[in-house]
Design a protein around this ligand. Structure first.
Ligand SMILES: [Fe+2]
Length: 382
């Protein structure tokens, strides 16, 4: 439950606390079966409508490495990856996400995943030979929030290309960093993900306790996934890391040189949340890809949870730049285990876009200013 007495205002303008100050009014029951021990987000399976166009975007423009490919699929990985792939592009008729895939610590964690989701009444399928090339025994589920998840441990190792500087580009994508999911009820999603073993690192709220977004991690970074409030289940973005922020600027320059600046949806900029440098791109199907770098270590058990005020105009961009409306409203469909799109449920809680960039959606730069020109400004330049 949000308790402002337990939060400390920092000199940077956000609050810190020890527990996620988020209370679910409509929680999913906690299973008695233990959750699988998740290591990290490992790959996304993305359905694309024009495989050649998507391959050109992810390989020729962004520089991901092809581990394998055939007429139906392309398996891609980032520079530092030693498992078979971080992204599968699969040809299909509806652009959507087929799986958010997580690696688990041991083969026995797949048994735990089966028991955990079966107890929740979810659809669960297990494929001893894997659902995709390069991956062994795997479990796929549709979780109670409507998202298609995969869990695996067994995977084919491939060469880590960190030392192959002869292959690297100025905008080298070195790691898969995180997923971002759109869901109508963020507190319900957070509580379920906590049951799955995730810990909240940051969130955005208002004074009434409405939660607009939350960031959650397994690996010791700011997140493996974030829950963004909106009509869902949908996929907001998949994010790859560069080593440095100049690598992100190089990607912008390359897109300009290619006359592909229309791929750039938002940024480059510095996030308030996560403190990372960012750029949002849209692929040929409109799937959103974030390029991300330089967040911070979160692995200690008493890592402070950061809470941002939704009216702080530096929360999503530390420089106060407005967020374009498409970033709030557009996202990719997700599929069920038969490959059909999941129905999208409307958010009923307040919309972050409406409360910050709507007709009277004033945000502040300095919270205690009196509303004069210097302290407040419209959240968008619509
Ligand atoms: Fe992100």
């Amino acid at each position: 439950m949000t308790d402002k007495n337990d939060r400390t205002l920092t000199s940077s303008g956000f609050y810190v606390s020890q527990e996620a100050p988020i209370h679910a009014e409509n929680p999913i029951a906690t299973p008695s079966s233990p959750a699988p021990d998740i290591l990290r987000c490992a790959y996304m399976e993305l359905v694309v409508t024009d495989l050649a166009a998507s391959r050109e975007f992810y390989v020729d423009v962004l520089g991901l490495y092809v581990t394998a490919e055939d007429d139906e699929s392309v398996y891609l990985r980032s520079t530092e990856e030693f498992i078979h792939h971080n992204l599968v592009l699969r040809k299909g008729t509806v652009a959507a996400v087929a799986a958010f895939s997580y690696r688990v610590r041991t083969p026995e964690d797949l048994d735990r995943a089966v028991a955990f989701y079966t107890e929740l009444g979810c659809e669960v399928r297990r494929e001893p030979g894997g659902f995709t090339q390069g991956i062994g025994d795997s479990v796929r589920v549709v979780d109670p929030l409507g998202f298609p998840y995969e869990f695996f441990h067994d995977v084919q190792h491939v060469e880590r290309l960190s030392w192959r500087y002869d292959l690297h580009t100025p905008g080298e994508l070195v790691r898969l960093d995180h997923f971002n999911q759109v869901t109508p009820d963020v507190p319900r999603a957070v509580k379920f993900m906590q049951d799955l073993g995730f810990r909240v690192t940051e969130d955005i709220q208002d004074d009434a306790g409405t939660v607009y977004a939350a960031w959650m991690r397994r690996k010791p970074t700011v997140h493996d996934t974030a829950m963004t409030g909106g009509d869902g289940p949908r996929m907001h973005h998949v994010a790859f890391s560069t080593h440095e922020k100049h690598n992100i600027l190089a990607i912008c320059d390359k897109l300009g040189a290619l006359r592909r600046s229309d791929c750039i949806e938002r940024g480059p900029g510095r996030h308030g949340v996560s403190n990372a440098f960012y750029l949002y791109l849209r692929d040929p199907d409109g799937h959103r890809v974030e390029i991300y770098t330089q967040d911070y270590y979160t692995g200690d058990p008493d890592n402070p949870v950061v809470t941002w005020d939704v009216h702080d105009n530096q929360r999503r961009d530390w420089w106060g730049n407005p967020v374009v409306p498409s970033w709030y409203t557009e996202a990719s469909l997700v599929l069920d285990l038969d490959g059909d799109p999941q129905p999208v449920v409307a958010r009923t809680d307040d919309s972050e876009m409406e409360v910050t960039v709507g007709a009277d959606g004033f945000s502040y730069t300095r919270k205690d200013d009196d509303g004069g020109v210097q302290g407040f400004k419209l959240g968008a330049t619509l």
